[in-house]
Design a protein around this ligand. Structure first.
Ligand SMILES: [Zn+2]
Length: 86
């Protein structure tokens, strides 16, 4: 598990690798999304707070660890990226 989970607010180049958002989707908040960095398979990925908590719910509902769920999503994403680049 990541020891220090720090969510960065108002980061100008914030980008979520899971939902591809850069801005807060809420219409009342015109600001960059809140993200954190996670280390997965020796890669650092940036994930927004919404995806992070969504995956936490998935982990809880499926009885997996959060890191296992994030790793699987990350692997799937890489797989799809590979498939669509062909
Ligand atoms: Zn996201």
């Amino acid at each position: 598990m990541n020891k220090s989970l720090i969510f960065a607010y108002n980061k100008t180049k914030a980008f979520c690798q899971f939902c591809n958002r850069t801005r807060n989707p809420h219409p009342e908040y015109d600001e960059p999304i809140v993200t954190t960095k996670l280390e997965i398979n020796k890669n650092e990925i940036e994930v927004c707070i919404n995806c992070y908590y969504d995956l936490q719910i998935v982990a809880k509902n499926t009885g997996n660890t959060l890191m296992a769920v994030i790793k699987e999503k990350h692997n799937m994403q890489r797989l799809f990226a590979k498939l669509s680049s062909k």
